[in-house]
Write a protein that binds this ligand. Structure first.
Ligand SMILES: [Zn+2]
Length: 628
């Protein structure tokens, strides 16, 4: 090693560190774009950003190393080992963090591995270089440029929004679809809640049809809204983890409606429902509340995984999650004011009841509710990636905090309800609600320790899976439907309203019969699943509910009678073994049938629930019926 003076070592080390970091960022970017199914709006710009961040970190490391005494400065062999092992440490560490927070191993776990492996290899080839002149820098620069080139080549381009050229038929009805994220049915007065949280929604429920037992197909946003938009169970649309988007081969509800010449627009306050994840398919206008950062591939990098840990430790600020309903309403109204009055399909997703429960301070003051303290915000933090009850339980919790959390959650609902009222009033004044179907629902509920957990996404208890569903419009209601229905049923229902052909490849059923007061022949059942780090299938049949949970090869069954035990506090699995055995087989058939239209294995035949049940009964199942 040459013994260069400090004054020469510093700029050289800083430059080399910067270039090394830059190369890591560029290479990790190419792996992210190459291995995920996601589509980023500005992948090249994102990769430069990631390169810049890692570059600054690398420059800092280089600067520190320059001050090491000569005998501690690594020689070439030590440098290579150091780089290799630190790369491995980085990879295993961030992978672990990722699994800890989200559960499951994503294909992207290989991203940092590949990036660091390549960097280590490059260092080996270039002789690392804390003591060498330009060659290593040139090598690393070439790597960085190759990485950005790779991003440009591998990043999938967003497909141009398909838009039909025909105009919608005269007199075609409008569809206004409002989804309130994280809204459990039993916190609305029209669903029996003692407090007044939802006067606007309750008013619509009185005019139209209220579905007393509507079930979401998953209990977190991405798979649940994907089911809603494709009328497929999670086992078929396979949009079940952080790194997966709604497959473009599926014909979404928006595409079906758009094919009839509708003006289609979507405004989502939840970043999970964004163009990165393919939810813009079929929409002429699409807006998501997400900063550039959240739409960037940086979010899927090692950088973000490290930031998650820093945030969890309180060492970095959390990105804003809750978009205030008023801002969303304003944005939608800006669109309606420009709308030309042609038939529209408008999808609006509010997010306010989602944690953290922090309604605007002025609103809390108005309704006389104390703002949340920091201890409350902390205690409301859901534990990500933990298995469902009964595999994981939070045993200790302050009951006083629980009451406060519920109060704040209710305040979020009331605030959101008021904004929905403002939206409806304004649209009505603009004449945009005539001949209009209005749908109000949610993607999942929220649990407040009813089953020893918080948040959503892990279980499928009623507080999570049962969502409000209210439909008002021409010739509808008033009425209440007591039979279980599923959110996947909305696709064929809406397609019928707008006069579109219902595609073969769906799994829901038209609710038209039930809305008209009939509904004979409807299944009267619901399937909910979470297919993430573990597999959970819940099946509602009449007043019974059977849940199958498989965690790490261990299978547990839970059986509830929703009529005598609506809060699911008494597991009957051990008490009613014969009934359990009967229902088990039926659940396994439903579970297999749910995956029959799986993406990548296209079945063009119409497989309705009855046919799929028959197929299941004949032993014709995707998995070959090897279940226990
Ligand atoms: Zn959600």
């Amino acid at each position: 090693m040459s013994a260069k003076p400090l004054a020469r070592r510093i700029p050289f080390n800083v430059l080399l560190g910067f270039c090394s970091g830059w190369a890591v960022g560029a290479l990790e970017s190419v792996v992210i774009t190459g291995t995920s199914q996601l589509v980023f709006p500005n992948p090249l710009f994102d990769s430069l950003q990631l390169g810049l961040r890692y570059g600054l970190l690398g420059a800092a490391v280089g600067l520190v190393l320059a001050f090491f005494p000569a005998r501690l400065r690594p020689n070439r062999a030590a440098s290579v080992l150091f780089t290799t092992f630190s790369g491995l440490l980085f990879v295993t560490g961030t992978s672990w963090i990722h699994q800890f927070f989200y559960g499951g191993v994503s294909p992207l776990s290989f991203g940092p591995l590949a990036a660091n492996g390549l960097l280590a290899g490059a260092c080996l080839a270039a002789g690392y270089g804390l003591g060498r002149m330009p060659a290593p820098i040139v090598t690393i620069l070439i790597l960085a440029i190759a990485g950005h080139g790779g991003v440009a080549i591998t990043a999938a381009q967003p497909e141009a929004a398909a838009s039909s050229t025909e105009a919608a038929a005269e007199g075609a009805p409008n569809v206004l679809f409002i989804l309130v994220d994280t809204l459990r049915a039993d916190h609305l007065q029209s669903y029996g809640y003692p407090k007044l949280t939802s006067p606007t929604m309750d008013g619509l429920a009185q005019q139209g049809v209220r579905f007393d037992r509507a079930y979401a197909q998953a209990t977190w946003t991405r798979p649940s809204v994907a089911s809603l938009m494709t009328s497929l169970y999670p086992a078929s649309h396979l949009t079940n983890s952080l790194h997966v988007r709604v497959p473009s081969e599926l014909q979404t509800l928006a595409e079906t409606v758009d094919s009839k010449g509708y003006t289609t627009a979507s405004f989502s306050a939840n970043r999970n429902v964004s163009e990165v994840f393919g939810f813009d398919q079929g929409f002429d206008t699409f807006w998501t509340h997400a900063s550039d950062e959240l739409n960037s591939l940086v979010r899927f990098s090692t950088w973000e995984r490290v930031m998650e840990v820093l945030r969890a430790l309180g060492l970095a600020a959390k990105p804003p999650l809750t978009n205030q309903a008023a801002k969303l309403t304003d944005r939608v109204l800006a669109w309606t004011q420009q709308h030309d009055g042609s038939p529209y399909f408008l999808y609006v997703q509010y997010i306010d009841p989602h944690g953290p429960y922090e309604p605007p301070a002025e609103f809390l003051a108005e309704i006389g509710v104390e703002p949340p303290g920091s201890h409350l915000s902390k205690s409301a933090n859901p534990v990500h990636g933990k298995p469902p009850y009964p595999f994981y339980e939070i045993h200790e919790f302050d009951q006083g905090n629980l009451g406060r959390l519920r109060e704040l959650y209710d305040a979020e609902i009331l605030y959101c309800d008021r904004e929905i009222g403002r939206l409806l009033d304004s649209m009505r004044a603009q004449g945009l609600l005539e001949n209009t179907y209005i749908v109000i629902t949610s993607d999942h509920g929220e649990e407040f320790w009813e089953h020893k957990q918080f948040g959503h996404g892990q279980s499928a208890f009623e507080e999570l899976a049962r969502v409000p569903l209210i439909i008002a419009g021409p010739g509808i209601g008033p009425g209440v439907v007591r039979a279980p229905v599923e959110l996947i049923d909305l696709y064929p229902t809406i397609a019928t309203w707008v006069g579109a052909a219902i595609p073969d490849r769906i799994q829901g059923q038209d609710l038209g019969g039930l809305i008209a007061g009939g509904g004979q022949g409807m299944a009267g059942e619901a399937l909910i699943s979470n297919l993430h780090a573990y597999e959970l299938t819940a099946w509602v049949l009449g007043h019974e509910k059977l849940v199958r949970i498989e965690v790490g090869g261990e299978v547990r069954w839970l059986l509830y009678d929703l009529e005598s035990d609506p809060l699911e506090q008494t597991d009957l699995a051990a008490l009613r073994p014969e009934r359990l055995a009967e229902l088990k087989n039926q659940l396994l058939e439903r579970r297999n049938a749910a995956g029959l239209l799986r993406v990548g294995q296209v079945e063009t035949a119409v497989i309705d629930r009855q046919l799929s049940n028959e197929l299941g009964g004949l032993g014709y199942t995707e998995t070959g019926g090897e279940e226990e």
